[in-house]
Ligand binder design. Structure first.
Ligand code: 3AM
Length: 175
């Protein structure tokens, strides 16, 4: 049976991806962790794992029925989770619409056997991986914003030694 590694997420606009990469290069020494490629900077809503085409179709049909307003994403927080070795950007006050959307997608995924992390959802954009030693974070003197008017289903594709996120489908949020 053919499966793909899938997740629902929010793609960041390319201009914001470029700004984050430029900031990261100034804010962190070059030998800290593994930087995520600009085009891969995203916010995960629900990780699905290895999913068959059949289950993917069902989850896509359910995603298409979601009616929800768009929201503004403000990236004004940062942190380091030493155990997974992740440095991230996030929101001091995540918008309610973002939490509702993620909770809905996560519960739909769980109902179809895609096991969800027992940890509460903490919206974040992973900036660096493999950062396991403790480190001082740069001052939070940033406040990036973007309007989120759609969400997407991505396949995580590993080829030629790199992970790439391929958008399979996207759905609009209401204006
Ligand atoms: O948004 P981030 O980068 O934290 O960590 C993986 C990435 O999230 C996460 O899914 C996103 C797209 O790959 N991920 C990978 N394996 C996972 C797992 N077993 C996972 N999330 C939960 N459980």
């Amino acid at each position: 049976m053919k499966t793909q590694r899938l997740f629902f997420g929010i793609a960041l606009p390319e201009s914001l991806q470029q700004q984050l990469v430029r900031w990261r290069a100034e804010a962190f020494p070059a030998d800290v962790g593994r930087p995520i490629a600009a085009a891969n900077l995203h916010l995960t809503l629900a990780f699905l794992g290895e999913v068959s085409d059949e289950k993917s179709q069902i989850l896509q049909q359910q995603a298409a029925r979601i009616r929800q307003a768009g929201f503004t994403l403000a990236l004004d927080d940062a942190g380091h989770w030493p155990r997974p070795g992740v440095v991230w950007l996030g929101c001091q006050r995540p918008p309610r619409g973002l939490l509702q959307l993620a909770n809905l997608l996560r519960s739909q995924a769980a109902r179809h056997g895609c096991q969800q992390s027992p940890q509460p959802f903490h919206p974040h954009v992973t900036l660096l991986r493999n950062v396991t030693r403790s480190m001082a974070l740069p001052p939070r003197d940033f406040h990036w914003r973007c309007q989120v008017d759609h969400f997407s289903l991505f396949a995580s594709v590993f080829e030629q030694g790199r992970t790439r996120y391929r958008q399979l489908a996207r759905w609009s949020l209401d204006a």
